[in-house]
Design a protein around this ligand. Structure first.
Ligand code: CP
Length: 317
């Protein structure tokens, strides 16, 4: 079966998930992003690639980084950007998601950027829009956050150059994390030989080993000699029932401190998709320390989102 993100020519027309995307497509996105990074240093930070196109940002769930960087990215591509305020939209009067989309499509939308608490919502929209409209997933439930994974891959390639000799550790609430899932797919496709998942057993999805990762419940063992550490937020809003004794206890065992970081390689980088819970999954001394590249991730997110929108918009209808 054809990947539903690709059109009949094999071009990326929607971005819903990193799962099933080829190394060639992922690398093309990273290389395209690379051409946009220098734009930030120019007086005029714009290119005309999406001039005349309309990008609709539909965030049904809260966001700081993703929403803002998508808006900046669309503006830098010279698109017209419309941010739907979901709280005052007719969704609150019972309008269905697909009716909302049909109405916005009637306003000549070209790209929908969608964040939704329901896994599968961006895919549902992609299945129903006309072929000239593109859907980019900005995070859906526990399922996927592909542009976060791509900006993470960009950051890793920027600092480490080559994926094929790395040990990457993903630490924390993997069970509820769309970022972890998207990163594991991207890392394994790009040739990272060792991806480690470090978490208490209650925060690991069953069968995660089948995704090609090594599982560790002891963080000290898991961090030994890694090149990259990706910390995850405890997603309390997605937890049903108590999966942990307390935040204090979690920090003691799984929080990244300078002492635990010292077990990784001396040039290891520390990443976090944000928002961070300082003192829960990461100590401030690490979050603000010399190994942290957390704000670089945010900055690279603009170029990566420019790349994704320009690539999908360039796909044939
Ligand atoms: N990383 C991330 O998705 O952050 P926001 O929720 O602020 O967009």
């Amino acid at each position: 079966m054809r990947n539903p993100q690709l059109n009949r020519h094999g071009e990326l027309t929607h971005l819903i998930t990193t799962e099933g995307l080829s190394r060639q497509i992922l690398t093309h996105i990273l290389d395209t992003a690379n051409t946009f990074v220098p734009l930030a240093q120019r007086d005029v930070k714009k290119v005309p690639l999406l001039r005349g196109k309309s990008v609709f940002n539909l965030f049904f769930e809260n966001s700081t980084r993703t929403r803002t960087t998508f808006e900046i990215a669309a503006a830098r591509l010279s698109a017209d950007v419309f941010n739907l305020n979901i709280n005052v939209s007719s969704a609150s009067k019972g309008e269905t998601l697909l009716d909302t989309i049909a109405n916005l499509a009637a306003m000549q939308a070209d790209i929908f950027v969608v964040r939704h608490e329901a896994s599968g919502a961006p895919f549902l929209i992609a299945r129903h829009v006309a072929p000239h409209i593109h859907v980019v997933n900005a995070g859906d439930g526990r399922h996927a956050h592909p542009t976060q994974a791509l900006l993470d891959m960009y950051t890793i390639r920027h600092f480490k150059k080559d994926f094929t000799n790395l040990r990457v550790a993903i630490v924390g609430d993997i069970l509820h994390s769309r970022v972890a899932r998207s990163n594991i797919h991207a890392l394994t496709t790009l040739g990272v030989p060792e991806v480690r998942a470090i978490a208490p057993l209650t925060l690991l999805p069953s069968g995660i080993e089948q995704m090609g990762v090594r599982v560790f419940s002891d963080i000290k063992e898991g961090l030994k000699d890694v090149d990259v550490i990706i910390m995850l937020r405890l997603q309390n809003e997605r937890m049903r029932g108590a999966l942990l004794p307390s935040a204090h206890e979690y920090f003691k065992h799984y929080g990244l401190t300078q002492e635990k970081l010292a077990l990784a390689k001396s040039d290891a980088i520390v990443m976090h998709p944000g928002p961070m819970n300082r003192g829960v999954e990461i100590d401030s001394a690490v979050a603000d320390g010399p190994h942290a590249v957390i704000l670089d991730q945010v900055n690279f997110g603009i170029a990566v989102r420019m790349a994704v929108m320009s690539i999908v918009a360039g796909a044939s209808a």
